[in-house]
Design a protein around this ligand. Structure first.
Ligand SMILES: O=C1C[C@@](O)(C(=O)O)C[C@@H](O)[C@@H]1O
Length: 250
């Protein structure tokens, strides 16, 4: 089993890692947010760059990336531009998505990058990440429903085949047994197919149990909110840490 190690954070080993999103709209808000979320001692911070007002200005994006890096170091930084079709804040075209990701990777201000499975030229982006020494968290989100177990496992396997260091999927439950489907898919992926860390979650209030207990079934990290949640069902990172601690006391 491959472990993803960034300084003293080892994803895929020990207790699940807590990832806290940064949702600020500009540098000033982001710096304030960083001060606040540091109190929750996140293992990893995710910059949700689709929230940035000036996301279409590459110079601003690159400068903001290094400002965040300096304020956070040594906490590992995950860069995410979440597309609108997968629940993100802003619509950009495929060409700009790739250009944005490649520019940010070249700054070396980040440790991990989110690459959506269904974006165009995934292989090209993954290649650029490998060339820059940045870990790929490949992702897929379904805000409408929970696909069948076989489909969830297929998507996670496809991410692994495409060179993701960490495959990730977030799905929406309509009924409580949809959460079981997600957890069952997680367990099958982890025990039969995965040779690396994976991250899975079921969203909204019905899915909260998956964010707390996901590691029992094979998920290696979980998202907890800082100042603002980035998806439905995220609970505050401090509370999440306590609950995960309870699951790991015996
Ligand atoms: O992919 C994910 C997972 C997520 O959607 C969640 O449900 O916690 C939150 C996003 O910020 C992150 O990029």
């Amino acid at each position: 089993m491959k472990i993803v190690s960034i300084r003293d954070i080892h994803i895929g080993e020990g207790v699940p890692k807590i990832i806290v999103p940064l949702m600020g709209r500009n540098e000033e808000q982001l710096l304030l947010e960083i001060k606040t979320i540091k109190q929750a001692a996140p293992d990893i911070v995710e910059w949700r760059a689709d929230m940035l007002e000036e996301i279409e200005n590459l110079e601003v994006v690159k400068k903001t990336a290094s400002t965040i890096r300096d304020a956070l170091f040594p906490i590992p930084l995950l860069f995410t531009f979440r597309s609108h079709r997968e629940g993100g804040n802003k619509i950009i075209d495929d060409a700009y998505y790739q250009k944005l990701l490649e520019n940010v990777m070249r700054t070396k201000a980040i440790d991990l990058i989110d690459v959506e499975l269904f974006s165009s030229n995934v292989s090209g982006i993954v290649e650029a990440a490998h060339a820059n020494g940045i870990y790929v968290v490949m992702s897929n989100h379904d805000f409408e429903k929970t696909p069948p177990k076989e489909e969830i496992v297929w998507r996670l396997r496809r991410m692994q085949d495409l060179g993701a260091h960490i495959p990730k999927i977030a799905v929406m439950p309509k009924i409580p047994t949809d959460v079981l489907t997600l957890l069952d898919a997680t367990y099958t992926m982890k025990t039969l197919h995965a040779d690396r860390p994976i991250i899975t979650m079921s969203m909204a209030s019905t899915g909260v149990v998956s964010r707390i207990a996901g590691q029992v079934f094979g998920s290696d990290a979980t998202f907890g909110s800082g100042m603002e949640a980035s998806a439905p069902g995220q609970i505050p990172a401090g509370e999440l840490r306590k609950m995960i601690g309870v699951l790991h006391t015996t």
